[in-house]
Design a binder for this molecule. Structure first.
Ligand code: ATP
Ligand code: MG
Length: 208
């Protein structure tokens, strides 16, 4: 059986990840592929519990890193890897790059610990493709303000959001074989079309 492909979405708040996850999932299903849609933090009952604990409690960055790593270990072992092994594609809303950026770059959690946890929780199940949605921080903030209900992460300053965006773009530059930067400052339909052509050319051998 052909292994499924693992696609992750990354980018700042309000960049359109959840919107595009749903649109890509529709297209993949229409192409006849079995797919699982999931998210981080979360993805399992235990992981969703950790998600709500952490979003409420504002722990130290290292505490947060370890809790999210625990959630990820469950998620990869129980959901992502088994699905891929069965030929199912997995589309995940945020994954390891959000850890590097939020807990690492912005939270100051130690890079060596982040690297070690990545290996222990993910290897060898790394994403085949990471779509980095590129939206200026101000535009993302406007979108999330319009949506209402700010989370603890949303409520940070514009400068924080700029550093966040730069962090994701730096990862994409450092790992171009895995990552594709998508201009997200367009209509959801235009962004979805760009994502679909990227998925086709990178993962479907240009067919379909
Ligand atoms: N291309 C777009 N143009 C305008 N508005 C959009 C676009 N894509 C999504 N939106 C709207 O912007 C808001 C944020 O979108 P979405 O929830 O998909 O972003 P997100 O990256 O998942 O955000 P978060 O990081 O908070 O989870 C939503 O209200 C959504 O309807
Ligand atoms: Mg979202």
């Amino acid at each position: 059986m052909t292994r499924g492909k693992f696609i992750t979405f990354e980018g700042g708040e309000g960049s359109g990840k959840s919107t595009q996850v749903a649109l890509l999932a529709e297209r993949l299903r229409a192409a006849g592929l079995g797919i699982v849609v999931t998210r981080e933090p979360g993805g399992t009952p235990l992981g969703e519990g950790i998600r709500s604990l952490v979003l409420d409690a504002a722990p130290e960055p290292t505490t947060e890193l370890l809790l999210f790593a625990a959630a990820r270990a469950e998620h990869v072992a129980k959901v992502i890897r088994p699905a891929l092994d069965h030929g199912t594609w997995v589309v995940c809303d945020r994954f390891m790059d959000s850890t590097r950026v939020y807990q690492g770059l912005l939270g100051g959690a130690p890079g060596d610990l982040i690297g070690a946890l990545e290996i222990r929780t993910i290897a060898p199940t790394y994403p085949d493709l990471t779509l980095v949605l590129d939206l200026p921080a101000e535009a993302g903030l406007k979108r999330t303000e319009a949506r209402g209900a700010l989370s603890r992460f949303d409520a940070e300053s514009t400068d924080y959001h700029k550093r966040l965006q730069d962090g994701f773009l730096a990862i994409a530059r450092a790992e171009p074989a895995r990552c594709a930067v998508i201009d997200a400052d367009r209509s959801a339909e235009d962004v979805a079309a760009d994502i679909w052509s990227t998925v086709k050319s990178r993962l479907l051998g240009g067919v379909r």
